[in-house]
Design a protein around this ligand. Structure first.
Ligand code: FPP
Length: 240
């Protein structure tokens, strides 16, 4: 079976999972930690080299203050409780996104987790926090514009590779498979540049209900896709 090298996931449906049980939204987020562990476990087991999870978008700052602080508390708690196991399993953790605005105690833990696991190589786990695809492209554009303004680079020489290298996922292959749970069929300002040729997979499971069978079904579906990258089937080696 052809496996993706990099899987990107929008974990959607925590609020609805909680509401269906008459619970506050943060109870759904708490329940969402186990499927995160499952995805890491399944990625390691299948030899998938990279996993990128959308945990908190730039737009999520607009949610009620109570929910935002519950999420921040959950991130700190999850990092504290999971980091030893991640490290022991050879997972390299990185956070992508704009960390300004995150509480200092959380920023310190994110930096410590990145430093501690920096030399691990089994699985690269990116957790997107304060992330937006447009922000990512804008941020990269600013870096390149500054290099041009300083004379280090000429605008006419800028390439797609230069822009890729200035993005948050620099150095990683683009995701081969994108999964969104929760039934919506949108990219929602996730990795806009990097998803250009990614296979999209949507499923109705609410995130807390997403299990190893659901992850396996996404991998099976991916294996059945013909990826042509703009070429004909014969050219791309995928048949007619
Ligand atoms: C989307 O569901 C989910 C989030 C905004 C938060 C995701 C956070 C977790 C899964 C917690 C664990 C994460 C880590 C990295 C340890 P929603 O609230 O938009 O659900 P709804 O569409 O049903 O309202």
């Amino acid at each position: 079976m052809t496996l993706p090298r990099h899987v990107a996931i929008i974990m959607d449906g925590n609020g609805r999972w909680a509401a269906a049980r008459g619970l506050p939204r943060h109870a759904g987020h708490k329940e969402g930690v186990e499927p995160v562990r499952m995805c890491v476990r399944e990625s390691l087991r299948n030899g998938i080299g990279a996993l990128t999870l959308f945990a908190f978008s730039s737009e999520n700052w607009g949610r009620p203050g109570e929910e935002v602080s519950a999420l921040m508390g959950l991130f700190v708690e999850a990092l504290d409780s999971q980091i030893d196991e991640l490290h022991e399993n050879g997972v390299r953790v990185a956070f992508i996104g704009d960390r300004q605005g995150f509480p200092e105690r959380l920023r310190a833990r994110m930096a410590a987790a990145e430093a501690r696991t920096a030399h691990n190589a089994k699985l690269r786990l990116q957790v997107a926090v304060g992330y937006g695809g447009r922000w990512d492209i804008l941020n990269a554009t600013r870096q390149l514009a500054e290099r041009c303004a300083s004379g280090a680079m000429r605008p006419a020489d800028l390439s797609e590779d230069d822009l890729s290298a200035a993005l948050q996922l620099s150095g990683l292959p683009d995701p081969d498979l994108f999964i969104r749970t929760g039934g919506e069929r949108r990219i929602s300002n996730f990795l806009l540049w990097n998803l250009a040729y990614t296979e999209l997979y949507f499923c109705a499971d609410l995130w807390p209900d997403f299990n190893a069978d659901g992850f396996g079904a996404a991998l099976q579906d991916f294996a059945s896709r013909q990826r042509r990258f703009g070429l004909t089937g014969a050219q791309s080696g995928e048949g007619a």
